[in-house]
Write a new protein. Sequence first.
Length: 101
Amino acid sequence: METNTIHMKNAEFGMYLKSLREEKGIPQRKVAQRLDIDTSTLSKIELGERPVLISMLNGLAEVLDIDFKELQIKYISESILMDFEGQPYLKEALNKTINKI
């Protein structure tokens, strides 16, 4: 997958987080503080230049006051698409994975 494609996919989730943060009037510094990162790192996440780590989801859900389950589902589904979109047997592989869970 091209770097530009990866950047675009990260940007989609980052823009989602940024829109939630701005909608709630929460400053970047407050979110960054909760995640124990600096504001420049958060800015890069929101711009899609850095990925969100799964370990950040609890803190993001808490500081943005959103449902953790909803955020995790969005994160996982977008991560799967980022890595495997366009693969001809993706649905079959996902079904096989679901059966193993």
